[in-house]
Design a protein around this ligand. Structure first.
Ligand code: V0V
Length: 148
């Protein structure tokens, strides 16, 4: 795969928050963002909201607020260790299977052998933070039929 075909853009930045409603309130009422989407993802152990500015749609980079659904959630573990804050950076891709293949060939460990379900029926995987300079990198292929 050519380097120019690997990533489309930054899809979102994920913030770990202890309380989703409080975080949405802060980001909408104080920071003036808008809530674009909200859902629970049991498999990932999160309740999450996507927020954006002004009249932006899902084509622009968003902020993802991630609250733990239970104590065994990766987000609960992250907050327990680091406190609330930036947990992940997500790169948008067109073809997740091909990108996974290319990164594997280049020695990057992926967390899942197969893509999993992400926000708004996207397909996602993650690169291990130990292989990416300490950043949990998510790869996200948006669902072509769903808006965030
Ligand atoms: C852990 N580490 C991190 C990190 N989490 N480094 C940077 N950013 C993070 N978010 C480091 C940690 O400091 C340790 O380094 C090492 O990795 C092992 O961490 P750990 O605390 O022992 O935690 P693990 O190994 O139990 O879990 C870490 C991983 C886990 C990354 C494997 O968080 C994971 O599976 N994440 C992917 C799934 C996820 O994040 N789901 C929630 C978002 P030292 O101390 O050894 O040096 S769901 C989502 O984004 C959705 C639905 C979506 O976007 O659509």
């Amino acid at each position: 795969m050519d380097n120019s075909d690997l990533f489309v853009c930054i899809d979102h930045v994920g913030l770990a928050v202890p309380d989703l409603d409080e975080a949405i309130k802060f980001h909408t009422e104080v920071m003036g963002w808008r809530e674009l989407h909200r859902e629970k993802n049991e498999e990932q152990g999160v309740e999450e909201a996507m927020i954006g500015t002004g009249d932006q749609g899902p084509e622009n980079a968003q902020i993802q607020l991630l609250a733990p659904l239970n104590e065994s959630s990766t987000i609960a573990k992250f907050i327990g260790k680091n406190g609330p804050g930036m947990q992940q950076l997500a790169y948008r891709v067109r073809d997740l299977d091909q990108v996974m293949e290319t990164l594997k060939e280049r020695g990057v460990r992926l967390l899942y052998p197969e893509p999993r379900r992400g926000t708004a029926d996207s397909r996602i995987n993650f690169c291990h933070p130990k292989d990416t300079g300490g950043v949990l990198l998510e790869l996200v292929e948006p669902n072509k039929n769903a808006a965030h």
